[in-house]
Design a protein around this ligand. Structure first.
Ligand code: CA
Length: 167
């Protein structure tokens, strides 16, 4: 999955980029709205993460122009201000989701993956040999037989399958 990140705060941009890469996502990170819009229209992204307060072109303007030009991939906005007006304006301009700073990097990754999944309509299936986990229906099975798992076992098995084939 290829992600575009437009965020002008250096530290946060680097943190997010590292977190996404650690989760095996391909990331292009830029620092202002103008370059962001250029990248956003030039390359095929699956998801974009756009800060609202950006130099040169605001996040809202970037999203509006993207949508006007017919780019419909999911956009998650970041807002420092936490004012509900910002979120509403962002969502009205065509964003699909938002996070208010400060946020957990893990949550950002989960939201990004969910946005991409919703778009592709893919069923999330983890598999190893005859062991299968369907993350949408939350049914696990082995050799076609449904497994009964406690929530903790479910999380453990999911973590192991995600890490597979690593030990
Ligand atoms: Ca900013």
């Amino acid at each position: 999955m290829r992600v575009l990140l437009i965020e002008d705060e250096v530290h946060l941009r680097e943190q997010i980029a590292r977190q996404l890469k650690d989760n095996n996502l391909t990331v292009d990170a830029v620092a202002d709205g103008e370059e962001g819009l250029y990248m956003a229209t030039e390359y095929p992204y699956d998801v974009a993460i756009i800060d609202l307060g950006l130099p040169k072109l605001s996040g809202i303007e970037v999203i509006q122009q993207l949508r006007e030009q017919g780019f419909d991939y999911p956009v998650l906005i970041l807002t420092a201000r936490g004012r509900w007006q910002d979120k509403v304006e962002g969502l009205e301009s065509g964003a699909d989701d938002y996070l208010v700073k400060p946020f957990e990097l893990d949550e950002l990754v989960v939201r990004i993956q969910a946005l991409s999944r919703r778009r592709s309509g893919q069923v999330q299936l983890l598999r190893c040999g005859d062991l299968e986990m369907n993350l949408d229906t939350r049914v696990a099975s082995r050799g076609g037989q449904t497994l009964k798992l406690s929530p903790t076992s479910w999380r453990l098995l999911e973590a192991l399958l995600r890490a597979s084939p690593a030990v």
